[in-house]
Each structure stands twice: as structure tokens, then as C-alpha cells.
Design a protein around this ligand. Sequence first.
Ligand code: 5GP
Ligand code: MG
Ligand code: MG
Length: 179
Amino acid sequence: MGIVKIKDKTFKTSIPEADILKKVQVVADRLNRDYADKTPVFLAVLNGSFIFAADLMRMITVPSEISFVKYASYEGTSSTGSMKTLMGLNQDLTGRHVVIVEDIVDSGFTMAHMIEDLKKKNPASIEICSLLVKPGNLKVDLDINYAVMEIPNDFIVGYGLDYDQEGRNLRDIYTIVEE
Ligand code: 5GP
Ligand code: MG
Ligand code: MG
């Protein structure tokens, strides 16, 4: 709680851990109802979602699986430049109910791209469960059925989210202080 400095930026507490956990529980309760007989596959997107995924999964009481995936960028040789590939997905999703576990949806491009990739695996359904959503920045048409919290467009860190790779370990969520 309070003020933290990470590299050249200052951040202040905006959502304490206890408040986050209460809201995660609300969404977990909904998932437990909606997926009671579906044995969902949770796909947590690294790195940002690792803490959220750990807390959420311990609140899930229905039979389920979890896997961790990551988008790796590499420099393509084509004129399209850099591309992002989904790494770490080594299981059959055919006919499965997939729930993406994401840290934050900003423009929505990452989630739109991931849904297109996952559709090729022929799952029975795909839903998004995101800790945070910035509705003011959404640039694509995206259904986010399980959003834990909506926040303004300010940059945040903590609870898994980073500023230049630091700050993921902070227990609370912090908002940048404009100087
Ligand atoms: P989108 O494709 O929706 O624009 O971007 C989503 C990704 O951008 C997130 O998964 C996250 O890595 C990053 N991002 C967006 N807003 C924030 C923010 O406020 N703080 C941090 N740490 N990352 C953010
Ligand atoms: Mg993310
Ligand atoms: Mg990041």
C-alpha cells in the first residue's frame, strides 16, 4: 500500500489485494455455475496472468484443467515484419470448453488474435476471463463474459502486471502517477 517507484515512474495503490480477491471470487462463483458439467480448459496467458490464474484456480471447484500459453514475437523475413505465435499449446482442444485467463484487455487486439488462433483447434466454446478491462480503449468487437474489474485508461502495475518487466510481484494494483 502507498507509493512505489519503478525505474523512472511513480505509482500509487489503486486496488488493494483484498478488494481484488473479493472480485475474483465473484467471477469464480459464476464460472463454477456456468461450467459445472463442462470440464473447462483454462488457458492462462503468460506472463501477466500468472498471479490472477493462481488465485482464480484455487477458487474453481468444478473439474477443470489449466495450461499456460505465451505469445512470442519474432522478426519475420517477410514484409509484414514482426509476427506473434502462440507457444506452449500442446493439448487437443477439439470439442473442449476453453476459458482464456488474461491479465488485461486494452485495445483488445491480443484477445481477438488469440481467439482466431484457438478457433482453428475446433473447441466447443471460447470465453474470455480477464482480470482487468479498459473499456475506453477497446478497438475491436470482443465479448468479455468474465471481466473481474473495469478500469480507466491509466497505466497500471502489480498483481502480475509489469512496468518494463518489474513490479509483477506487488500484491496490490498500482496506477501510474503523472508528473
Ligand atoms: P491489447 O492487445 O488488448 O491492447 O493489449 C493487451 C496487453 O497489453 C496486456 O496483456 C498487457 O500485457 C498490456 N497492457 C495493456 N494495458 C496495460 C497496463 O495498464 N499495464 C500493464 N502492465 N500492461 C498493460
Ligand atoms: Mg496479457
Ligand atoms: Mg507487459
